[in-house]
Each structure stands twice: as structure tokens, then as C-alpha cells.
Design a protein around this ligand. Structure first.
Ligand code: SF4
Ligand code: SF4
Length: 178
């Protein structure tokens, strides 16, 4: 994807990117109708996945002594912000004045305070070895179902971003964005 890279630690850039993406959606409402459709599908995929996470990773992560959650993982990238805006979900109010390798600002003693759908995508697709071992122990049908839902989420997200990118590139070429 050819989106700008969000630089960690720059609050001004983060806020102006939010505004830029928001304005793009407002100015291209009609052209982004297919993006809206994908966004609804992504929401459904998150709903279907939630019980797997609660059941399988929830108990492991909540008792983890060394959570992998650090600020640089919780920081949404440009693509995350597009998908969140498409789903009409408010992006996390990320405080960029933080150390990237320190515990994530959204991590509480009870785990992540953000609903999964509001987190960076990497927070959903990443599984440590302990979690992967747990998945291997799932009975086959459950695991196949989980993998299927994760694949659907990934495909829909990729498709949404592709559709958005097409419109974004068109606008950049015409000189109105980018
Ligand atoms: S994914 Fe693994 S390392 Fe990260 S919080 Fe969960 S158990 Fe801990
Ligand atoms: S946003 Fe939540 S899941 Fe992601 S790194 Fe931070 S605490 Fe962990």
C-alpha cells in the first residue's frame, strides 16, 4: 500500500493524519461506498472472532508475567486509522509523548482497556508462542473455524484498503491529497 508512514512520537502528525483521513472520507463519500460495505463486513468478522479471543487468549494474556504490549505495538498506523474511520469507530486517543518500548498506555492490570475492534490490527493478528501452543491444542473444528474467521478478517481488511487506496491515488494524481 502506498500510504504515508506515521512517525511514532509526533502528536501533531498523528492528529493531522486523523483530520486528513476524516476529511477524505467526507469529501469522497460516494466514491467510497464499497469501502463502507467492506467496513460492515469487517465489523461482523470482529464479532465472530470475539469469543475465540475471550476463550483462548484471554486467560493466557491476563495472567502473563511479561506482556508483549508496548507502546509501539499499540500505536495505530495509517492503515489502522483508515479502517477505523471506515467503521466509524473513534481511533484511540494515543498519547505520543511516550517511550515506544515501555508498557502500552492502554494496558491495565486487567488487560487492554480498548475493545479489540479499536486496537491496532497487529494487536489482533500477533500471537506469541504460548498462545500458538494453546491453539495447537484446540480441537480441530474450533481451530479451523478460528483460522477461517481470521482469514476473512484479513481478506476484508486488505480489500477495504485496496479500494481506499485506489480512490486515494486518484485524488493524489489530481493533486487534491497526498
Ligand atoms: S500474546 Fe503472549 S506475550 Fe503477549 S500478553 Fe498474551 S501471553 Fe503475554
Ligand atoms: S493496544 Fe491493547 S492489545 Fe495493543 S499493545 Fe496496547 S494494551 Fe496491548
Amino acid at each position: 500500500m502506498s500510504f504515508p508512514e506515521l512517525i511514532f512520537g509526533n502528536q501533531e502528525a498523528y492528529c493531522s493524519t486523523l483530520i486528513q483521513i476524516d476529511n477524505f472520507f467526507l469529501d469522497h463519500r460516494r466514491q467510497l461506498a464499497d469501502v463502507d460495505f467492506r467496513a460492515r463486513q469487517i465489523k461482523t468478522a470482529y464479532i465472530c472472532l470475539e469469543h475465540f479471543f475471550q476463550e483462548f487468549t484471554g486467560p493466557i494474556c491476563s495472567s502473563c508475567m511479561e506482556p508483549c504490549c508496548v507502546n509501539r505495538h499499540g500505536f495505530p498506523d495509517f492503515e489502522d486509522l483508515i479502517v477505523l474511520r471506515a467503521m466509524e469507530i473513534e481511533p484511540p486517543a494515543f498519547n505520543c509523548q511516550c517511550i515506544d518500548t515501555e508498557p502500552c498506555q492502554f494496558l491495565s492490570p486487567a488487560g487492554c482497556i480498548l475493545p479489540r475492534i479499536r486496537r491496532s490490527y497487529r494487536c489482533t493478528w500477533y500471537f506469541c508462542d504460548v498462545c500458538m501452543d494453546k491453539f495447537q491444542q484446540l480441537n480441530c473444528v474450533e481451530f479451523i473455524h478460528f483460522r477461517y474467521e481470521m482469514t476473512l478478517l484479513s481478506q476484508r481488511r486488505t480489500e477495504l484498503l485496496r479500494l481506499f487506496e485506489e480512490e486515494w491515488m486518484r485524488s493524489c494524481q489530481s493533486g487534491s491529497y497526498g
